[in-house]
Design a binder for this molecule. Structure first.
Ligand code: ADE
Ligand code: ZN
Length: 330
């Protein structure tokens, strides 16, 4: 097992939030630039008390990015983070509701991020697609408005519609967002949805049957429903699993309890991702190692999981083919 080099493993990261890519140092620097006090001491800045507290902190961090230049810088730093983890392509989730300085200016938010991502690509850093995310608490009409705007802007950097946030606090939201997701699908956007994290298996069912999800972010609580596990396997709907995030935010006690390997053995395509790496003090090669070792995964199993990450990504087809070729040669 020690011989597996997870850094050189060709892979995609398909469940990661830009909101979770700001480390303590950057947060302190941005707060100082903006003349804003930290919500708690620097030493305890990343000590979260569950998902609700965590999501509230994202509003604070993202509210500090107010200029186009700051957005571009954060996006460029994201591509550097991906390169440093041996990632060949990333789908990056951005939820506009956290970025208070860009309220009512979705086009400006996308433009600023694209500036940084385009500069990164020109410098040979990995390609990144944006998944613009709704927040669970938004209304049906707010969701439709956002999708209509995305379809009007039609920015080539935007590859998908997403939904994230606290499902437990928002209650069942599949029916509320069905129209927005339908509209997105008809408009040529891919669809991905957080489900089966703070919701149970019913959230995953809604993501499939009401939102038409091409992929599920987390989805691990599907394990609570055998029939649903069969549906995910039959339809080969991939899960963007984030084991450390699930442990940190209290879903499972330890990796031994985590269902990723049971899902994989049941035929569900599972990928490994970091969710919010800076806030969870994590990188992708470490996340692969932390997952592969306790389950005794061999090289071929790891290769299969990495292949899922590439196939389930929203990367251009030619890039997927290249990365799968690199993976076969790894
Ligand atoms: N936004 C950022 N991280 C999240 C998570 N783990 N669950 C829901 N929304 C999120
Ligand atoms: Zn997430």
């Amino acid at each position: 097992m020690n011989s597996i080099d997870f850094l050189s493993l060709p892979k995609a990261e398909i469940h990661i939030h830009l909101e979770g890519c700001f480390g303590t140092e950057t947060i302190v620097e941005l707060a100082r630039e903006n003349g804003v006090a930290l919500p708690r001491s620097e030493e305890r800045l990343l000590d979260f008390n569950g998902l609700a507290d965590f999501l509230e902190f994202l509003d604070f961090i993202c509210g500090l990015s107010r200029s186009r230049d700051q957005l571009a810088k954060s996006a460029y730093a994201f591509a550097e983070r991906m390169a440093a983890s041996g990632v060949g392509y990333a789908d990056l989730i951005v939820n506009p509701t956290h970025w208070s300085g860009w309220k009512g200016n979705l086009a400006g938010l996308i433009d600023g991020l694209d500036a940084g991502l385009s500069a990164a690509e020109q410098d040979g850093l990995p390609n990144v697609g944006l998944c613009i995310s709704l927040l669970r608490q938004q209304t049906a009409s707010e969701a439709v408005d956002i999708v209509e705007e995305l379809l009007r802007i039609k920015h080539p950097r935007v590859v998908a519609l997403s939904v994230d946030g606290n499902e437990a606090a928002a209650g069942r939201t599949g029916p509320k967002f069905a129209e927005a997701f339908q509209l997105a699908g008809r408009g040529g956007l891919k669809r991905t949805a957080h489900a089966g994290e703070s919701s149970g298996a019913e959230g995953v069912r809604d993501a499939i049957f009401l939102l038409g999800a091409d992929r599920i972010d987390h989805g691990v609580r599907a394990i609570e429903d055998d029939e649903l596990v069969g549906i995910l396997a039959d339809r080969q709907i991939a899960l963007g699993v984030c084991p450390t995030s699930n442990l940190t935010l209290g879903l499972y006690k330890d990796m031994g309890e985590h269902p990723i390997d049971r899902l994989r053995r049941a035929g569900v395509p599972v990928s490994i991702n970091t969710d919010d790496p800076a806030l969870l003090r994590l990188d992708l090669p470490t996340e692969y190692a932390r997952t592969a070792e306790p389950f005794g995964w061999d090289r071929e199993t790891v290769r299969g999981v990495a292949a899922t990450s590439i196939k389930a990504s929203f990367a251009p087809e030619e890039l997927k083919t290249k990365l799968l070729g690199d993976l076969a040669a790894w």
